[in-house]
Design a protein around this ligand. Structure first.
Ligand SMILES: Cc1ncc(COP(=O)(O)O)c(C=O)c1O
Length: 396
């Protein structure tokens, strides 16, 4: 056996022995409401297509139309010949939607986070981050090679303490937080972060999960709650969730965007988001702004889920968003619950470390506008059964 094979086998054995191995399911068909696995149709409760736009007939037509107008490929970096009028138009619309001066489109949210932090932080600077931020923000901090401090989840006082320890006239600080936390479903305490910050640090909000779903007119955790560009100068949004497409953007001042175009390596050294996708996201953004029915339906389903879950006394986190984590703590319990749910006709993935802190494994249930009330009722019955069978869960 080669040295490489031996190394890999040892690591894989360790992952398998500790219930940490991951697998990619081969789903024969997928929509936001259903998936098919080995010939069985399962209700899908792990899609981030919160508004059901990824499968909306208008979105499907838009992608085909976009491909005719712009081709299917990105063709080159934005700075070479990849930047098309549709990217420009989308950026203008995103800036208007998020109430910022300007926006810049990226091929993915992971790259937007890597790009913006590595462009703004130098070695002498500091990143102060919520411990439960998305992995891409943590990785961005590593790429930036600045000092990185983490505060306890949503603990504004802890953040204030770290901030007071980092004041230095030759360096700057960025406070970074998810707007809506991807694995817990709760909202960042933005009002208090803004209050303790007093504009000493630059506040960055990654609103991948909030945009399109929460706040006034679905404008997300920042503009949807009327936080200004001065209060939150760096806003990240993604297209792969409520906007039903792929890609991402950074929004902020014109100067911020002009600077990123000059300096941001993950923006410069990659092929542009295909124009067909920019066109689709542009159409979906229009749909989101003109039709509130998807969001209203989703809000109704979240309320139904919470009411039934409270009646069944399920151990849920306090979330009023489409992300509803059911805590099972041990990896083995979470995997077992996933398997049981699959048998009962549900597709819900167990989320384990390192996606969440060790010993906080959970079922991450996501609700979407593509679901119907009877789907929620069925799900709650199945979850109540699982909790009853699992003696480590209280109460039953
Ligand atoms: C909070 C958050 N930020 C960023 C990303 C990365 O976005 P993308 O999938 O577009 O790379 C994700 C998930 O995918 C996310 O949940």
């Amino acid at each position: 056996m080669s040295h490489l094979s031996k190394f890999i086998k040892e690591r894989l054995n360790l992952l398998n022995a500790s219930s940490k191995a991951r697998s990619r399911a081969l789903l024969e068909t997928q929509s936001t409401r259903y998936v098919t696995k080995q010939g069985r149709r399962l209700l899908n409760f792990c899609s981030n297509d919160y508004l059901g736009l990824a499968w909306h007939p208008h979105a499907i037509s838009a992608l085909a139309e976009g491909a005719k107008l712009y081709g299917v490929g990105g063709t080159a970096s934005q700075l070479v010949s990849g930047h098309k009028p549709i990217h420009h138009l989308l950026e203008e619309n995103l800036a208007e939607f998020t109430e910022r001066e300007a926006a810049l489109v990226f091929p993915s949210g992971y790259m937007a986070n890597l790009g913006v932090l590595s462009a703004l932080l130098r070695r002498q600077d500091t990143l102060i981050a919520d411990r439960l931020n998305h992995a891409s923000l943590h990785d961005a901090g590593l790429l930036a090679r600045s000092k990185m401090l983490r505060y306890r989840h949503a603990d504004t006082q802890h953040c204030a303490t770290l901030l007071s320890e980092t004041q230095n006239e030759h360096a700057h600080t960025i406070i970074a937080t998810d707007g809506l936390f991807s694995m817990d479903g709760d909202l960042a305490p933005l009002s208090s972060l803004i209050q303790i910050n007093q504009q000493r640090a630059w506040l960055l909000v990654d609103d991948a999960h909030g945009l399109g779903v929460i706040g006034a007119a679905g404008k997300g955790s920042v503009a949807g709650y009327h936080f200004t560009q001065t209060q939150v100068p760096i806003l990240i949004g993604t297209f792969g969730k409520a906007l039903g497409g792929a890609g991402a953007f950074v929004a902020g001042s014109r100067d911020l965007i002009d600077y990123l175009i000059q300096i941001c390596r993950p923006y410069i050294y990659t092929t542009a988001l295909p124009g067909a996708m920019a066109y689709t996201v542009h159409q979906n953004l229009k749909l989101l702004q003109t039709q509130s029915s998807h969001r209203e339906k989703l809000i109704g389903l979240i309320k139904l889920f919470r009411t039934l879950a409270t009646e069944a006394q399920l151990p849920l986190l306090t979330s009023h968003t489409p992300i509803q984590p059911l805590m099972l703590y041990s990896d083995a319990n979470a995997l077992q619950a996933q398997a049981q749910l699959e048998k009962s006709g549900f597709w819900i993935k167990a989320i384990r470390a390192p996606s969440v802190p060790a010993n906080t494994a959970r079922l991450r249930i996501t609700l979407t506008a593509a679901h119907e009330p009877e789907d929620i009722t069925r799900l709650l019955e199945a979850l109540a059964n699982i909790c009853c069978q699992n003696t480590s869960l209280e109460p039953c």
